[in-house]
Design a protein around this ligand. Sequence first.
Ligand code: ATP
Length: 331
Amino acid sequence: LVDSKIIADEKINKNLNIVRPTSFKEFIGQEQIKSSLKIAIDASKYRKEALEHTLLYGQPGLGKTTLALLISYEMNSKCRVASAPSIERPRDIVGLLLGLKEGEILFIDEIHRLNKLTEELLYSAMEDFRLDLTMGANRGARCRTINLPKFTLIGATTKLASISAPLRDRFGLCHKIEFYSNDELKQIIFNFSNLINLQLDSDACCSLAKISRGTPRIALRLLKRVRDYAQVMKKTNKISIEIIEKALDSQKIDNRGLDNVDRKFLSFLKLNNNNPIGLDSIAAGMGEESSMLEFVVEPYLIQIGFIMRTPRGRKLTSLGKKYISSNNEKY
Ligand code: ATP
């Protein structure tokens, strides 16, 4: 359990090495979501009520946690941050709910991983701000109702379909975070490089943005690797396109942003004579987790037209085949 203040107090938390925007203005892109959230936030401030429960979904690294924290700053309320796998027993969620004060925010990451008992306790908590508890067992069992302060639950998930309908329906606001355009990523890279005292010109930002898979977390990670290379090998904070190319080459990342895992995935499909193959078989063959392949590797390979999903499994496209035939030797 992390109190949002720990993350929020500093723009750069050196221990966690996390950088997060601290206002909607600094949060680049997702304009439609920001404007609809701003209206909901202003309306609830006007009515002096807690914000409606909010569900954010989308691929990893697109900014769900960051948006949840931004909502709490805009609401001027404290945000308690928890991850669903850490809420194992009913008493965990009861403790969290009882610890909330009027108007505070509870953020649950990976909310699709909540267990059934916890989820059921949340139904009445979200709808009626009430906890219905059964105490004792057998004949001695007693029901007890505890009133809760009006709070806001913000849930984040990469798997909207895995959230049960009763839980999903209790969120008044629901937003899908989309992949970012190259221009938006360029701006994110530029802002972040200023924060960590790196000098990147527009071309350098652009070349990093192009290989960031539409994802801010990847953009920031690549920028940090480039910084390491520039500081160690060239003793400079000035990043040119040549330095970016060399740094990425040393990490075996090519000019499309593909790394060894992507190429292994494509080679595996090619080895199978381009017959469709199930994700679990690919994962077993590669020694990786299938959920990692599904959420981290595949979306981008599909987006750039290298693979396709068919009812019988994954298949290389002619573009993917051409790429892997000419690039596999190189790395
Ligand atoms: P996960 O699903 O893995 O929990 P997430 O969607 O919650 O990921 P975050 O942790 O919020 O993603 O964001 C990853 C990083 O990208 C953070 O350092 C965050 O500050 C940065 N980031 C994300 N979105 C933006 C944005 N729109 N503008 C600026 N920085 C962003």
